[in-house]
Design a protein around this ligand. Structure first.
Ligand SMILES: Nc1ncnc2c1ncn2[C@@H]1O[C@H](COP(=O)(O)OP(=O)(O)O)[C@@H](O)[C@H]1O
Ligand SMILES: [Mg+2]
Length: 236
């Protein structure tokens, strides 16, 4: 079943149109990548889904058109966004940041179990559960941002360049944990990445954006085999 479908989505910042027609779909429980150069519109595509920018075209989630909804309404439908730059709250502790992600939930007992699960998934967060987020390393902040989004128990996670600014070994650790989260939770994921090698380690299919348009969609295996993808995104 298709969980999320974008059909010819357009978006603008003021008078400047930056998405010219993005189409993609994410199956329920599936993981889909968005690849593309800097400025291609990857972040804007996630913002369009989250209701942060005004859009044209159709955005259908769980069978209903969600374009035009406010960000809080989109979140309430079950979409959690881990933004570029992470967006953790520096003056709150790790635990408090996680609880911010859970603000719509009432099931206190399950909340505690989910915090325990995240500490198992990201042991660094457990060691720093009472520290302010400002004290975390870049990798730990990324883990916290993913953890906070998971605390909303979404049906779909939007991940914007989880590897950005991280050392390669840290980025790999973050991706290993995201892969485990995917397998164990069944949460669908839409993953923006410039590092295609990392993206292909978790996604089944990917869409390539160029100047605000989706130009190519295929399975990870198929895309990895294409010369233009290897040259542009895989360093070979
Ligand atoms: N807040 C903004 N106001 C105006 N233009 C923006 C804004 N954010 C991004 N843009 C422009 O929109 C285009 C797409 O940006 P973005 O979605 O951030 O690309 P990507 O995430 O693929 O690097 C770029 O040309 C960028 O300069
Ligand atoms: Mg971006």
């Amino acid at each position: 079943m298709t969980l999320l479908e974008l059909v010819d989505v357009t978006a603008s910042y003021g008078p400047v149109q930056v998405l010219e027609g993005v189409s993609l779909s994410v199956p329920d429980g599936g993981a889909v990548g968005i690849l593309g150069a800097n400025g291609a519109g990857k972040t804007t595509t996630l913002r369009a889904i989250s209701g942060v920018v005004r859009t044209g075209g159709r955005i259908v989630f769980d069978g209903k058109d969600i374009s035009g909804l406010r960000p809080d309404q989109v979140a309430a439908r079950g979409i959690a966004h881990v933004p570029e730059g992470r967006g953790t709250l520096p003056n709150l502790t790790v635990r408090e940041n996680l609880m911010v992600g859970a603000y719509l939930r009432k099931d206190r007992r399950a909340l505690a179990a989910d915090v325990d699960y995240l500490i198992d998934l990201f042991p660094n967060l457990g060691e720093r559960i009472g520290s302010n987020a400002s004290a975390l390393s870049g990798g730990e902040q990324q883990m916290l941002a993913v953890g906070r989004a998971f605390m909303a128990r979404p049906r779909l996670l939007l991940l914007d360049e989880p590897s950005l600014g991280l050392a390669p070994s840290t980025a790999k650790n973050v991706y290993d944990a995201i892969r485990r989260l995917r397998v164990e939770s069944g949460i669908a994921m839409l993953v923006v990445e410039q590092n295609a090698t990392l993206a292909f380690s978790i996604v089944d299919t990917a869409t390539v954006l160029e100047t605000g348009r989706s130009v190519l969609t295929g399975s990870s295996t198929e895309l990895k085999g294409r010369d233009e993808i290897r040259r542009a995104y895989l360093g070979g």
